[in-house]
Design a protein around this ligand. Structure first.
Ligand code: C5P
Length: 249
C-alpha cells in the first residue's frame, strides 16, 4: 500500500512580505508548491498527495498541479486558519486503508526524494513517528515573557526538525483527534508526543530548508542553480563519454 503525503499550503506567508499566499510565490519561475509536490510525487513509495490550499484558491491549485503529479493521485481540499487545522482537513481525505501518512510543508520546495523515501522506510520498519532533524549552528536560549533568558539547553542535544514527518496512519489520526481544542502545535510530531508515542529522528537535509523570510528564497534559488549545474555537468560528461569512449574514466 503506497504512502499518502499531506501538504499544508494554506498559509499567508506574511514573513515573506506582501503578495500571494506563500505556497504560490515563485521560485525560479514556478510556485513553491509546484516544486514541493513534484518532488513528493517523484518518490516511488508515495501514491497519493493531498494538498490543503487557501480556501479561495482550491480550484486554482487543482489546475496548477494537474500536470505535475504524473501517475500519483492528487486531492486538493480547503485549508484552515492554522497549520494544524489544515493538516486535519487534509487527513480527512486519506482513505482508511492507507497505513503510512507523511506531512510535508509546501514551504520546503526542494525536499530530496531520498529524504521522503528514508522517512517512509523508517515508519515501515516500525517507528510510529519519524522526523528529519539537523544539528543546530546557533546556541538556543529559552526566554520568559520579558525576554529574559531562563535556560540554555545543551546544543549537542538539540535538533532543528524538518518535514516530511512520517507516521503510522492510526497514530496521526489519534493525535489530531486528541488535539481538538488544545493548544496548537507547530508540527505534527508535537501532537504525537503529547500522546506519549516515541518519535524517531532520522538525518535531515540542508536542501529541505523552509522558505519563511525573503533571504530563504535566495538560498533556495542557489540550491536549485547548484542542482542544475550538476545535472548539466553530468550530461556533458555522459556526452563526452559517448563521443570519445576510449577517454572515459
Ligand atoms: O507558517 P508556517 O511557516 O509554519 O507554515 C508551514 C506550512 O503550513 C506552510 O506550508 C503553510 O502554507 C502551511 N499553513 C497552512 N495553513 C495555515 C497556516 C500555514 O496550511 N493556516
Amino acid at each position: 500500500m503506497p504512502a499518502a503525503v499531506l501538504v499544508p499550503a494554506a498559509g499567508r506567508g506574511e514573513r515573506l512580505g506582501p503578495g500571494a499566499p506563500k505556497a504560490l510565490r515563485a521560485l525560479a519561475g514556478e510556485p513553491l508548491l509546484v516544486h514541493a509536490v513534484r518532488a513528493l510525487a517523484a518518490a516511488p513509495s508515495v501514491g497519493l498527495v493531498v494538498v490543503a490550499a487557501p480556501a479561495d484558491a482550491v480550484e486554482q491549485v487543482r489546475a496548477l498541479l494537474a500536470g505535475v503529479v504524473g501517475t500519483t493521485a492528487l486531492e486538493v481540499v480547503a485549508g484552515a486558519g492554522d497549520r494544524q487545522g489544515s493538516v486535519t482537513a487534509a487527513l480527512a481525505a486519506v482513505p482508511a486503508e492507507v497505513d503510512v501518512v507523511l506531512v510535508h510543508d509546501a514551504a520546503r520546495p526542494l525536499v530530496p526524494v531520498a529524504l521522503v523515501e528514508a522517512v517512509v522506510a523508517a515508519v515501515r520498519s516500525g517507528a510510529p513517528a519519524v522526523v528529519p532533524g539537523v544539528p543546530l549552528s546557533d546556541t538556543v536560549k529559552r526566554v520568559d515573557a520579558d525576554g529574559v533568558v531562563v535556560e540554555t539547553p545543551e546544543r549537542a542535544h538539540l535538533r532543528a526538525v524538518q518535514t516530511p514527518q512520517g507516521f503510522a496512519a492510526d497514530v496521526l489520526r489519534a493525535a489530531h483527534a486528541a488535539a481538538g481544542g488544545g493548544p496548537v502545535a507547530t508540527d505534527d510530531a508535537g501532537l504525537v508526543e503529547r500522546l506519549g508515542h516515541p518519535v524517531r529522528v532520522v538525518p535531515g537535509s540542508p536542501d529541505a530548508l523552509k522558505v519563511t523570510h525573503p533571504l530563504d528564497l535566495v538560498l533556495a534559488e542557489a540550491v536549485l542553480a547548484g542542482r542544475r549545474g550538476a545535472a548539466h555537468e553530468a550530461a556533458a560528461l555522459h556526452q563526452a563519454a559517448a563521443v570519445h569512449p576510449q577517454e572515459a574514466p
